[in-house]
Design a protein around this ligand. Structure first.
Ligand code: HEC
Ligand code: HEC
Length: 425
């Protein structure tokens, strides 16, 4: 708002002087032709696109005719006849400039030009008594974005970033050892392969902007993005296979990539097309390792998921929501499965607060272990489905102090797993 008032004041000051010099202020029609039509005809995106990836652009509000553009804005409440310099459309334009990224330097210039043009045109036109009093346009004549407000909201960069935090940033511990400059392996790998190995930046926003600006995302075929194909080892990956299609990390990455591609390709026409938001728990990566020993041959190289449930002393039963989870392919040849655990907690819960403050860990004690195996390889093609009761291969009660470190795994013999009824007290 401050920026708007300042810019408007600067501009109005400028007009006052030039008007004095020229003898008369320009009328709305002339200003429209000189300053607004070029914006309408320009192939370049407007400053709105700094925050709105799709769904809305300044051009959406402009019509070829000066009068109709004014009435269309007036009828939508975007022009304030009593105080033209404070019109809502000017506020839309003046918004932004919050980030100091390279892209916003460009849009700052574009924005200043748009704001000056619209301010001059609106103040000039609002002086015209005929325009002020003209009858309302018919609804069909009003110029506005084609997409409904739900779609416009979904396509905002701050929403995209929130989804990135939830789906990709929350999984970064799977990749950070090698891909973040703070990771143990990173310096060595950067020296070997180059700077691009350090794609995990200090913040979610910097990482998202970096990935968007590089070749790691394929907007035409998001499922063919390098961000997926590398860890799947479908294209040779220096880190080997770090994901299986359909596993939890893949699902999260794919969810964000598909949505990002659909958003910028303007594929959402109505609110009903938007992805439904399911409340996801907060996730905490740990260095607690868990191993299943002597896995049967039928599980070889299949996706296996372990889920742990804590004991609820008050309710005298296992908790219904998992406290820890992990999934990965079974190493068929080695007859074992091992991976680090990810801890889960409801957002804003006591546990989430505790694990957010200090390093997350599992309290010593007994937990119910549930093991799912995708024996038929179903998730490979239907990545968006989950392992369910039909995929459970057994349960066991596991007691451990849950130490941290690859060398101090909690180990369970696969032969100890029993059908679920056996572990019910
Ligand atoms: C710096 C970021 C930013 C820029 C630049 C920006 N907007 Fe927005 N816009 C937002 C945010 C955030 C909201 C939702 C919050 C609000 O309504 O205050 C929003 C809401 C809107 C809405 C209303 C949708 C709703 O949620 O009800 C419209 C329409 C809109 N903007 C149009 C524009 C136009 C047109 C431009 C360019 C002239 C523009 N915006 C530039 C951030 C921005
Ligand atoms: C053990 C180390 C290691 C781990 C863990 C690892 N990677 Fe990598 N990754 C590498 C190395 C080394 C390269 C560079 C050589 C190459 O391109 O394969 C690389 C390259 C990449 C690239 C290409 C980057 C570019 O711009 O060229 C992507 C994308 C990538 N990895 C994604 C991932 C994801 C996602 C994860 C986590 C799920 C992950 N990696 C985990 C070692 C690792």
């Amino acid at each position: 708002m401050k920026a708007l008032t300042l810019l408007a004041a600067l501009w109005l000051g400028g007009v006052a002087t030039s008007a004095l010099g020229a003898g008369a202020a320009s009328d709305g029609q002339t200003v429209f032709e000189r300053r607004i039509l070029p914006i309408f005809k320009s192939p370049n995106p407007s400053s709105c696109t700094e925050c709105h990836l799709a769904g809305v652009d300044l051009k959406n509000y402009i019509l070829p005719s000066h009068e109709k553009t004014f009435l269309s804005l007036r009828d939508q409440g975007l022009i304030d006849l009593a105080n033209p310099a404070d019109s809502k459309i000017l506020r839309f334009i003046a918004r932004g400039g919050g980030t100091n990224q390279g892209a916003s330097l460009i849009s700052a210039k574009v924005r200043a030009a748009e704001l000056a043009a619209f301010t001059e045109w609106i103040t000039a036109s609002a002086r015209d008594p005929k325009l002020r009093a003209a009858a309302k346009l018919s609804i069909a004549e009003v110029a506005k974005p084609a997409r409904p407000v739900e779609v416009i909201r979904h396509a905002r960069t701050d929403r995209l970033l929130a989804s990135f935090e939830e789906n990709i940033w929350s999984q970064r511990f799977r990749c950070s050892g090698c891909h973040s400059s703070a990771g143990k392996e990173n310096a060595k790998l950067v020296a070997e392969h180059g700077e691009q190995v350090a794609w995990l930046k200090d913040t979610a926003e910097a990482t998202m902007r970096y990935l968007i600006a590089t070749e790691n995302i394929n907007l035409k075929q998001p499922e063919r993005s390098r961000l997926l194909l590398k860890p799947l080892n479908e294209i040779k990956h220096g880190g080997g296979q770090k994901m299986l299609a359909g596993d939890l990390t893949y699902k999260a990455f794919r969810t964000w990539l598909d949505d990002y591609a659909k958003t910028v390709n303007d594929r959402y026409a109505s609110a009903a097309d938007l992805p439904s938001r399911r409340p996801a728990p907060a996730m905490f990566g740990t260095d607690i390792w868990f191993k299943l020993n002597n896995t049967p041959p039928a599980w070889g190289d299949r996706l296996l998921q372990v889920t742990l449930f804590a004991w609820d002393r008050a309710g005298n039963a296992w908790e219904t929501k998992p406290i820890a989870i992990s999934d990965r392919g079974v190493w068929g040849k080695g007859k074992l499965w091992q991976h680090s655990l990810v801890l889960l907690a409801d957002k804003d819960s006591e546990r989430a607060r505790l694990w957010g403050r200090s390093e997350a860990g599992l309290p010593a004690g007994k937990y119910l272990l549930k093991v799912h195996v995708d024996v038929a390889g179903r998730l490979k093609s239907a990545w968006n489905t989950s392992l369910g009761e039909a995929d459970v291969v057994g349960e066991a009660v596991v007691e451990s102090v849950w130490p941290k470190g690859y060398g101090r795994m909690t180990v369970v013999e696969a032969g100890r797993l029993r059908p679920s009824a056996a572990t019910k007290d």
